[in-house]
Design a protein around this ligand. Sequence first.
Ligand code: URA
Length: 237
Amino acid sequence: MMRIDKFVSSQKAELSRSMVKELCKKGLVTVNGAVCKKSDAKIDPENAQVCIDGELITYRKHIYIMLNKPQGVVCSTRDGDSPTVLSLVPDHLLRDGLFPAGRLDKDTEGFVLITDDGELAHQMLAPKSHVPKKYAVTLEKPWQENYPELFKNGIVIDGDEECLPAEFVGDTIDAHKCTLVLHEGKFHQVKRMFHALDNKVVFLKRISIGNLALDENLPLGECLEILHKDVDKLLAN
Ligand code: URA
């Protein structure tokens, strides 16, 4: 059971608990069709039909947001000198406890998962989980014929750090372009792997996590809610 003010503000970050109290007093909150004047009334979050001014609140225990991160935005929850990924979440998807599950560099674009589900984030990011992450890469120098084999055998970065096998596919039309699938997430890994091959990443975009691809129609800087039926795809190997 949960207090109604807590329930509403957990689902709609734009409504604080004190705002919910006022709405209750005004008779604008109903529970299962009956007006609820008390903001400390307890409800069953999974089953109660709660409406605010006639609008039904659909309860979601957790929320999963796909962001197409632009360059210049940082994957942290706190404000520093640069905008954070959370500043790009629109009001209707905002709620307490959101955080980016995994990091992209400030100059990397693409798929960032933003959620309030710590359990899923842990499963996705745990070193043992090996959830694949696919990147579109543009290189300073053309890729070489031996790259697929080198990535398959495991690149050694900075002299002694061994990487798991990764899948490299070179673009046959533009030799500066390729995709790379990693099954782990070391710091600056893609950039450091190509550096170990005496090449340089000039543009990087994450295009999928697990079995879920970044929506091609999602503009840079915009978010969409991942449907519950697609959430498991984030963990698919
Ligand atoms: N590898 C990198 O080098 N940077 C990223 O942002 C992600 C993977």
